[in-house]
Design a protein around this ligand. Structure first.
Ligand code: PMP
Length: 307
């Protein structure tokens, strides 16, 4: 158990059970065939007011439902029930700030690729998890490299589903990035266009204009991506979706990644080409993002669920 901080309870199939009892059978369908869908969510504690808020909980649970629909998994809990269960789990564990991992997977009962008849199991776990790429990364940026592994084709695993199976692809790219001394990998799609990180969407800024690849290039419909596009609109930063090539990363004034785990992480270099220190647009967006997540922006109250 390398780096998970264990807490008391995990919500499993409708009830809270002790952390150590949240187990599955080794012949569970998902373990063999990657037939699960999941989410990653954060709960933030505002250091000033001591209040805790889950960030865009409903949007995450709605995406989980869309993922289950694409994967043809019958998800037996409504979005409301999943949101309530999340709040219940965080309260039971007495966590002021945490990462939240809902997972819907095909359980024990049938073998073979055809999942028909396998039961659906649902868990919601949460635990304290610091900045995904480290505090230093958030402050000063990371070195990334373009992977030799391509992003799975949109005709293989649809990017709109946050499927456990997609992460085999991410894992290969992540391991390669580490071998090359990079903190994160950038994957290109089959056409060679820039896609995303192994668990993050990607943005570039050039001449004051911000762009991010469109969903049709095969990226996950990131909730942080949407948050950043919304904030850019609010702050009057010109922004839009645009297909990007590898060279666009090399010549950008600013490059950053977004994700519920990675938050808003500046990129300092791509394949050794220096982008530089986090720039003004990245800083402005980061600052606004954390203000909103900590409950300091009334107009975004709908995005927060107070614990
Ligand atoms: N792309 C991939 C491949 C991811 O795994 C994630 C993390 N869920 C993201 C992008 C960012 O999505 P979000 O902002 O919703 O966490």
């Amino acid at each position: 158990m390398a780096d998970i901080t264990e807490v008391d309870y995990i919500w499993m199939n409708g009830k809270l059970i002790p952390w150590a009892d949240a187990n599955v059978h080794v012949l569970s369908h998902s373990l063999h065939y990657g037939s699960g869908v999941f989410e990653g969510i954060r709960c933030y504690k505002d250091p000033d007011s001591d209040r805790s808020f889950i960030f865009r909980l409903r949007d995450h649970m709605e995406r989980l439902h869309r993922s289950a629909k694409i994967a043809a998994i019958d998800l037996p809990y409504t979005v409301d029930q999943l949101c309530e269960a999340t709040v219940e789990t965080i309260r039971a564990n007495n966590l002021p700030a945490c990462y939240i991992r809902p997972l819907v997977f095909r359980g024990y009962g049938v073998m073979g690729v055809d999942p028909s008849g396998a039961p659906t199991d649902v868990i919601i776990a949460c635990w304290p998890w610091e900045a995904y790429l480290g505090e230093e990364a958030l402050a000063n940026g990371v070195a990334v490299g373009v992977s030799s592994w391509r992003q799975r084709s949109i005709n293989a695993i649809p990017p709109a589903v946050k499927a456990t199976a997609s992460y085999f692809n991410s894992l290969m790219a992540k391991l390669e990035a580490k071998e090359h001394g990079y903190a994160e990998a950038i994957m290109l799609n089959e056409e060679g266009l820039v896609c995303e990180g192994t668990g993050e969407n990607l943005f570039v800024v050039r001449n004051g204009i911000m762009s991010t690849p469109p969903l049709s290039d095969g990226v996950l419909e990131g909730i942080t991506r949407d948050t950043v596009l919304t904030i850019a609109d609010e702050l009057g930063i010109p922004a839009g979706e645009e297909s990007l090539t590898r060279s666009d990363l090399y010549v950008a004034d600013e490059v950053f990644m977004t994700g519920s785990a990675a938050e808003l992480t500046p990129i300092g270099s791509v394949d050794g080409r220096v982008v530089g220190k986090p720039g003004p647009v990245t800083r402005q967006l980061q600052d606004r993002f954390f203000k909103i997540a900590y409950g300091h922006a009334e107009e975004y109250a709908d995005w927060l669920t107070q614990i």
